[in-house]
Design a protein around this ligand. Structure first.
Ligand SMILES: NC(=O)c1ccc[n+]([C@@H]2O[C@H](COP(=O)([O-])OP(=O)(O)OC[C@H]3O[C@@H](n4cnc5c(N)ncnc54)[C@H](OP(=O)(O)O)[C@@H]3O)[C@@H](O)[C@H]2O)c1
Length: 379
């Protein structure tokens, strides 16, 4: 489980006056030599891959943001499957990509320092962050994290930190999945999906939840699949128009009854399990956006069935979608937040499970065990 250590070879000192001018009230401080003081923070780190026990709660120095970066005082850290998958890596005991990694890509908080050259963000801004730990060691399971300004987005005044910490991986992935069809739309806004039928596989999942919300906000009719009544209630609370239990007989027939002309787009979490259902319910020139391998690593395609319908398969991985897709997602999600279209919590179909920072290992385990809803860490 989590333990403590106080060492840090990368200790940084600052002259005291600049700290007093900063936003460090209420945080831990250590006096250093020559009137210099060093801001210290709690941080969760791992230095080898493995089960949640590799996560350690340690004290680390708060560092200044580099040019082009901002420092965020993290209030809520969001946990996604990718966070435990990265922690597990290619096998227990391997070296992670950096000597020490702080997990968790998503989070929300307040900017408390701005690096040179950053013009569009300011100290005091309430923000959400995405891809915090992508190709860098600075995830959100710590009190302060330094990030490129491009990965930090202002939250509308009415948007909570809980929503902010739930956006990054799920909402951006859902946005990409909803914008890859041949006939569009390429962007989401109210009306963008009017007249379209979207099938969201697994509507009680975190990405499925975001896909339902974004698709409904954009005007689609949303059908979703779930595995039982509790998840049906959540998917309905998220806004799905129709909920189908994929474990019951003839789910494809039930979907086709709801959408006799076929569905336009499928947001797919388990293609290996659902490949035939997807072909059966899609309309000609429909698309399947595949963002996960939850149904298995491989699936086969019947050439004739796919050819007859002119179907399109688009794989989605947030890490490699490219800058244009990221910018589009940020802008459209910001618009949706302004319309209060992305609420979280059980009433909105996404129950929240909270953990303190010291219990980050338990938070990771909960996601790994398939927690229904969103796992958040109060930093
Ligand atoms: N490609 C990307 O960039 C990207 C981004 C985000 C997430 N992911 C991946 O996507 C997966 C889901 O992430 P998440 O955060 O949404 O996880 P989650 O909250 O655990 O949701 C997964 C959902 O999938 C459902 N599901 C499983 N098999 C299904 C099937 N055959 N048909 C319909 N639904 C099915 C599960 O419910 P039941 O088992 O009860 O049906 C569950 O509700 C993870 O593997 C994650 O790593 C990938």
């Amino acid at each position: 489980m989590v333990d403590h250590d106080g060492g840090d070879a990368r200790r940084t000192t600052f002259p005291a006056p600049s700290l007093i001018a900063g936003a460090f009230v209420g945080r831990a401080w250590n006096d250093a030599e020559d009137d210099e003081v060093v801001a210290r923070m709690k941080s969760v780190v791992y230095s080898r891959t493995g089960d949640p026990s590799v996560l350690r709660l340690v004290d680390r120095d708060v560092t200044e943001p580099a040019p082009g970066e901002v420092r965020v005082r993290v209030v809520v850290s969001g946990v996604n499957p990718t966070d435990w998958k990265s922690r597990v890596g290619s096998g227990a005991g391997a070296a992670p990509p950096f000597p020490e990694v702080t997990p968790n890509q998503d989070g929300a908080g307040v900017i408390d320092a701005v690096g040179e050259g950053v013009e569009n963000l300011a100290v005091g801004d309430r923000v959400w962050v995405y891809l915090a730990g992508h190709q860098r060691p600075t995830g959100t399971a710590q009190e302060y994290t330094n990030l490129p300004a491009a990965r930090v987005v202002r939250l509308p005044a009415a948007t909570s930190f809980d929503i902010g910490a739930s956006l990054g991986v799920p909402a951006m992935t859902a946005h990409r999945a909803l914008t890859v069809s041949e006939d569009g739309p390429k962007r989401l806004y109210p009306g963008a999906l009017s007249g379209k039928v979207v099938l969201v596989a697994g509507g009680a999942g975190a990405v499925g939840h975001a896909a339902i919300q974004l698709a409904r906000w954009a005007g689609a009719t949303v059908i979703t699949t779930i595995s039982g009544p509790a998840k049906a209630a959540l998917a309905t609370a998220a806004g799905a128009d129709h909920v189908i239990n994929y474990r019951e007989d003839n789910a494809a027939g039930a979907i086709t009854k709801l959408a006799p002309d076929g569905v336009d787009l499928i947001v797919e979490v388990a293609i290996a399990a659902n490949a035939q259902l997807d072909i059966d319910v899609l309309k000609p020139r429909g698309s399947i956006a595949i963002y996960a391998n939850d149904g298995g690593e491989e699936f086969s395609l019947d050439v004739r069935q796919n050819m007859i319908k002119n179907l399109r398969y688009q794989f989605v991985l947030l890490y490699s979608v490219g800058d244009a897709a990221i910018v589009a997602a940020v802008e459209d999600i910001t618009l949706a937040l302004g319309d209060e279209a992305l609420p979280v919590g059980e009433y909105a179909g996404l129950p929240l499970h909270r953990f303190p920072l010291a219990e980050t290992a338990d938070a990771h385990q909960a996601v790994q065990d398939g927690a229904v809803g969103k796992v958040l860490i109060d930093v």
